[in-house]
Ligand binder design. Sequence first.
Ligand SMILES: Nc1nc2c(ncn2[C@@H]2O[C@H](COP(=O)(O)OP(=O)(O)OP(=O)(O)O)[C@@H](O)[C@H]2O)c(=O)[nH]1
Ligand SMILES: [Mg+2]
Length: 350
Amino acid sequence: MFGRPPALASLLERFREGQPVALARAISMVEDERPGFQELLHAVLTRGPSARRVGLTGPPGAGKSSLLAGVAGAHRARSERLGIVAVDPTSPYSGGALLGDRIRMSELATDPGVFIRSMASRGSLGGLATTTKEVIDLMDAFGFDRILVETVGVGQTELAITAAADTVVVVLVPESGDAIQAMKAGLMEIADVFIVNKADRPGSARLVKEIRLAIHLRTGRALEDVPAHHGVDLSHMGRPAAEPAKPPAAPDAWEVPVLTTNALTGEGLPEVIGALDAHRGWLERSGQLGARRRARARVRVRDVVERELRRAAWSSDAVSARLEGGLDRIQAGEGTPYSVAEEILALLLR
Ligand SMILES: Nc1nc2c(ncn2[C@@H]2O[C@H](COP(=O)(O)OP(=O)(O)OP(=O)(O)O)[C@@H](O)[C@H]2O)c(=O)[nH]1
Ligand SMILES: [Mg+2]
């Protein structure tokens, strides 16, 4: 299925030696789906994932890049080697450097322990393109300790980050609306850590409260932890005998922290790093890391099967001939898209 052009062997060798130029070439090859790209991925992915993958998502302008620069700086201070992927950046990164006024990000861009890549998701419906996930896999295989992925959250794409990250950080700002909107957008389900950034702006304390309440409502523990009106804490009131007690939270359930930051001053950043470390510990203790990686692998296999099926279908001469013939029949009123599709499927699955 996968051919191996001779140039691939030398690229692989340089990739395994850890040459950043080879990583950049490998990424371009995968992005352009050049001949041999699947063979390349197959060759480097044999060790399985090992990097810590953290995704940051949230509305445009929430401060994701600024936060990412701060987080990256903190990890660099621990000598971690970092891969950074910006998906569909609205503020352009170019040639590995972020254009604009973010000094810390440009410092990162010249740091040899950091590799930055920005890419388009190519509008795959509601998901990160397979290519994006493959690029993240390449970075993992290259040996980075940590991979930070920034995606602009616009509806479905912010949910898709779960297909690429072990830990999902949702960044909101007071301007981005209230917690109800976040709930509706499905962010409560995907967030492992909430950050309310721009803590210097009015409304951030209220947003934090709303998000905390929404999380508690979702986990069914609202009455236990949140004091009711007038300071009456209902958790101390006896429940009617008929009402079954709520099931206790799982012994090692993850409590989603809601943190505030000012990405410009770095306020709150140590707590963010602490939460990322704590979540990593929880992932490993609880078995969730394995479960998430397995779910990711499942999606990847399906992605590749679908991509190959599509490729096989539309690159076949027999199918093209059948299609053209079918179109004639549709125009003559002797066929429908369904009958023609069925013929083509029969041909493919023969
Ligand atoms: N006041 C204030 N401004 C901030 C803060 N964090 C980021 N900003 C500013 O908000 C603007 C957007 O920041 P970015 O880091 O580019 O936000 P982003 O979410 O990456 O934006 P996109 O990638 O374009 O969606 C920039 O002008 C930042 O300087 C903060 O905590 N407080
Ligand atoms: Mg950004």
